[in-house]
Design a protein around this ligand. Structure first.
Ligand SMILES: Nc1ncnc2c1ncn2[C@@H]1O[C@H](COP(=O)(O)OP(=O)(O)OP(=O)(O)O)[C@@H](O)[C@H]1O
Ligand SMILES: [Mg+2]
Length: 412
């Protein structure tokens, strides 16, 4: 399936970031975007937002902290900044072509060399990120946008926190200068709302007070595009747009699930697509979360009791070893439970990436979608781990009434 371009949204965001009006000045303090897993955040950054920023003359440095989860976030960011610096030193680089064309800044055929050693940018004792990025802004006379994907990964280590401080220092070195030829703009995206929020709200966070917005998920226009593609391919079963849009919502706005659901629909090839499609969507929604919840089931009843406590908390669960928590686990397990056992099990659940620690003694479910599935399932008193068959006839699931489509608000 080909990729649906989101040019209008990207253009609007790029404009607000690079030429903020009086009400958008806060964006210069940093922009954090939180969205659920597999909803197209990275794709949007890479395919839409970065090109839109570059078309407006900005120099963009992009880092995905999940590209290598074992690596130190600071090392990944430093490496990306160095690549940009090298690009600027390379004669005839595309970067200078663009800056010349869009900003009228010409480095000349000979190019230039930075006065510092690129190899130790960001390293202890080396050129700081602030110094290096100030040079970039002043030489290219344009804006520099640093985008960190899965920025919540910096919460996991001290070096991550240090790096956020180094980035903030760069912002504060560049932006307040009265005649700065360009600005430094930081964008962080993440899959976990509570954690991304922590980065802008936590008392000790470098970016406290920065703007934080929900990721604008793909919407009815994407669904319409898919249905048009299907029609062009003369697919046998095509659901109606309102129903397909609701189904997309049911599946958590995840393109992969949507495509899968449409594929299953073609296999079933029913005479009335609209009668079958909602049930397929519901079944897929459950099965996506099931994979994760099965890991939990394998860890046993205590794990499920702990998970339940974490999943009930709106943002972060604390007091996992408190007396009332232990009493709750004992009741669930039907036997004695000690704080040590809970501690060990919590570690195992972290290793399995089912829950994550977001601050000292505070935990959250890693995937909010899984949390939602768990809470809903409990609500419907369905036994944990129950899955719906996807083969053969579609499962007999009640069809929800159509929901009014919610429009996404532009940046606040
Ligand atoms: N605009 C789009 N059109 C078509 N498919 C898309 C689009 N955006 C994302 N997808 C598909 O959705 C899936 C998830 O996309 P992506 O990896 O960008 O999401 P993500 O939110 O960054 O996920 P993760 O939480 O794993 O980082 C991919 O298979 C991608 O191809
Ligand atoms: Mg991603």
């Amino acid at each position: 399936m080909t990729y649906f371009k989101r040019t209008p949204l990207a253009t609007q965001m790029a404009q607000q970031l690079l030429n903020p009006g009086v009400l958008d000045q806060g964006l210069r303090s940093g922009l954090f975007i939180a969205g659920q897993r597999r909803t197209g955040k990275t794709t949007f950054l890479r395919q839409d937002l970065i090109p839109a920023l570059e078309e407006r003359g900005a120099i963009v440095v992009y880092v995905d902290l999940w590209s290598d989860t074992k690596a130190d976030p600071a090392a990944l960011v430093n490496a990306a900044v160095r690549r940009t610096l090298e690009d600027m030193q390379a004669p005839g680089s595309g970067l200078w072509d663009r800056v010349k064309r869009l900003k009228g800044v010409d480095v000349g055929a000979a190019g230039f060399k930075f006065a510092f050693n690129l190899g130790d940018v960001g390293e202890p004792g080396g050129t700081t990120l602030a110094q290096a990025l100030t040079e970039v802004v002043d030489r290219a006379k344009t804006d520099v946008v640093l985008i960190i994907d899965e920025v919540q990964q910096t919460l996991a280590s001290d070096s991550g926190a240090q790096m956020m401080l180094a980035i903030k220092a760069a912002r504060d070195a560049i932006n307040p200068r009265p005649n700065t030829p360009g600005f430094f703009i930081f964008i962080g995206t993440g899959s976990h709302r509570a954690q991304v929020a922590e980065l802008t709200r936590g008392r000790n966070q470098a970016f406290v007070g920065a703007t934080s917005i929900p990721y604008p998920t793909l919407d009815g226009e994407y669904v319409e595009y898919l249905l048009q593609e299907l029609a062009a391919q003369k697919a046998p079963a095509i659901p109606s747009l309102p129903l397909a849009t609701t189904a997309f919502e049911t599946m958590g706005f995840r393109p992969e699930e949507m495509v899968r659901a449409l594929r299953i629909l073609q296999q079933e090839n029913p005479s009335q697509a609209d009668l079958v499609f909602p049930a397929i969507a519901h079944a897929l929604k459950t099965s996506a979360a099931d994979t994760e919840l099965r890991k939990l089931e394998d860890l046993g009843t205590l794990a499920e009791a702990i998970f339940d406590r974490v999943a009930r908390a709106e943002e972060a669960a604390t007091g996992l070893y408190a007396a009332d928590a232990l009493a709750e686990y004992r009741q669930a397990v039907g036997g004695d439970v000690t704080a040590i056992q809970v501690q060990r099990m919590t570690e195992e659940m972290r290793d399995a990436n089912i829950i994550m620690r977001i601050a000292h003694g505070a935990y959250a479910v890693t995937d909010p979608f899984v949390r939602q599935a768990w809470n809903e399932r409990k609500h419907h008193l369905r036994p944990a781990g129950a899955t719906l068959a996807l083969e053969g006839a579609p499962p007999n699931v009640a069809v929800e009434p159509l929901q009014p489509k919610t429009k996404h608000k532009p940046l606040e």
